[in-house]
Design a protein around this ligand. Sequence first.
Ligand code: PLP
Length: 381
Amino acid sequence: MEKAKKEKLLSLPTPCYVIDEAALISNLETLNRVERETGCHVLLAQKAFSAYHVYPLIARYISGTTASGIFEARLAHEEMGNRQIHVFSPAYRDEEFDELTGICDHIVFNSFSQWKHFREKALSCKNVSFGLRINPEYSEIETKIYDPCFTGSRLGITLENFEENELDGISGLHFHTMCEQGADTLERTLRAVEEKFGKYLYKMKWINFGGGHHITRKDYDVDLLISCINRIKQKYGLEVYIEPGEAVAMNAGYLVCSVLDRTKNGIEIAVVDTSAACHMPDVLEMPYRPYIIGSGMPDELKYTYRLGAPTCLAGDVIGDYSFDEPLDIGDRLIFTDMAIYSMVKNNTFNGMPLPSIYLLEKDGNTRLLRKFGYEDFKSRL
Ligand SMILES: *Cc1c(COP(=O)(O)O)cnc(C)c1O
């Protein structure tokens, strides 16, 4: 990281998330290229990143958003301007459905029973296109919590349960079976989708490839994605949608924290003013080890510390990291790739304060977007 940028980040009050506008734009340019070279529509999956302050920026590059229910749909409606809004939920409530038909372009159902429950209402909505989520029973995800194709999964309709006589009013099929994967996985997944559901695709207007495409990762094969989309478009005469979450804001954010205390118990310990459980829950859930700028693996650099949170949860440990210099109280650390699945998942467990949200603008200035306090803790209880 350039020195000036790093200095800027280190000068902010902690804990704070920082959205990196230049990095976000670079991701959006890649996604925009996919739209331009295929005519497909890229939708931000808000589940991963809902920092609506930058929705107007995102809207300049991609077609719109996808939502998991009425709250995310409303957020897009209020903050993204006149862009497409798609929604998928495993089950809609009656009252939610009426609101959704007023603001969404596409509504995807998870089962034939949901489709039949809402069909009559749906058919009276002329401006909404309806689809079904299928389960092609093919996925390459090894972590069960992220695999929608595990045995007994509630997500999507399997071929065995597909009611081909109930398709009147259905214009599209949706699948979502990937997680942080490359275009090669998509290519193989499409073969499985076509093998099972290909004959229905000829009758549809659109297909949605879901999320989990790591399009903005350095080694991602964007050309292969483009050729997959173009092949499906041409073969079946379909509009294609993809709805990445991670890929939109990957490596476009930081979490800056400060060292509060240092102790020892066999190893050196540093307590920081951020928490894995509260501010970066995927560290414990996924689990994974976030990178800290200037750090190494344990014992790789001269001074190794276990970084833990100021909560009472014994396991609220971010990881073991080594540094060139010893850590002192007040030192700042910068975690990378903290825009996605962080702000949307954080919580105030144990009375932990929520990190502020800053935007690092592309000209290098920082701007405070949101600051949180005691009321944000109290108002949810
Ligand atoms: C989670 C999800 C996405 C986004 O997934 P990423 O891994 O963040 O790209 C897209 N569509 C659906 C239906 C999802 O559940």
